[in-house]
Design a binder for this molecule. Structure first.
Ligand SMILES: Nc1nc2c(ncn2[C@@H]2O[C@H](COP(=O)(O)OP(=O)(O)OP(=O)(O)O)[C@@H](O)[C@H]2O)c(=O)[nH]1
Ligand SMILES: [Zn+2]
Length: 211
């Protein structure tokens, strides 16, 4: 695996002006992004989010999942602290790709849950990798993370790859009638550390995404 830094620029958002760092994954041809705010290379733990691509949730306002809400909430929290990092990894659909995710959604429309749908298509439940985070964080000079996630496997995978995670920060937001079943399956079958009662309702966090 070779991750190569390509270029950095300003990225103004409604919450803060981040610095956007672009990386190329030479083995897969995928490009990945890091957004940083403040001095993240001072050796102190950095508030961070490792976010896997979800085109439907992140860009198309899908309410089937919680991805878009988590992305927005993570950026807001980083902005509120004035310091942090978001790694945006191009591993769509837990690694099966966008078109297979649409196939999986079709099966879910027929009654399968998110894990069963992957399995019916011949994929494991979660094919993502996190080892590429190591060179990205090294490039940014980030020594350790306070990681915003509900996914213990992500914490384990990052730790196993050599990333120091000093704290897990829950990120339970975006519950709505369209993703309630999906979130229950994530908690029940994928081990996510969350209960539906922990969640902020989608309508509370973003009035433009109504349930
Ligand atoms: N295959 C598949 N992928 C999905 C589905 N819904 C969301 N995704 C993908 O799942 C990934 C996000 O994973 P999640 O399990 O929601 O969250 P996580 O990143 O593991 O955990 P958190 O850090 O707590 O958000 C993104 O790549 C989405 O595209 C689905 O029904 N099927
Ligand atoms: Zn999603």
């Amino acid at each position: 695996m070779t991750i190569r830094f390509i270029a950095a620029s300003r990225l103004p958002t409604p919450w803060a002006t981040f610095t956007m760092h672009g990386f190329e994954d030479e083995a897969t041809g995928k490009d990945h992004i890091a957004l940083t705010l403040g001095d993240v290379a001072d050796g102190e733990p950095v508030l961070g989010r490792v976010h896997s691509e979800c085109l439907t949730g992140d860009a198309l306002f899908s309410m089937r999942c919680d991805c878009g809400y988590q992305l927005q909430e993570a950026l807001k929290r980083i902005a509120a602290e004035g310091r942090g990092v978001l790694l945006y990894l191009r591993q769509e659909g837990r690694g099966i790709g966008l078109l297979n995710k649409i196939r999986a959604y079709h099966l879910q429309d027929q009654g399968a849950d998110t894990v069963e749908a992957n399995e019916q298509l011949g994929f494991g439940a979660d094919l993502r990798r996190y080892d590429l985070c190591v060179p990205m964080l090294e490039h940014l000079g980030i020594a350790s993370l306070r990681l915003m996630t509900n996914n213990p496997r992500k914490v384990d995978a990052l730790t196993g790859a050599g990333v120091k995670v000093v704290e897990r920060v829950p990120l339970t937001t975006g519950l709505n009638p369209h993703n309630e079943q999906y979130l229950s399956t994530k908690a029940g079958k994928l081990g996510h550390m969350m209960a539906l009662g922990d969640f902020t309702q989608a309508s509370d966090v973003d009035i433009e995404r109504k349930g």
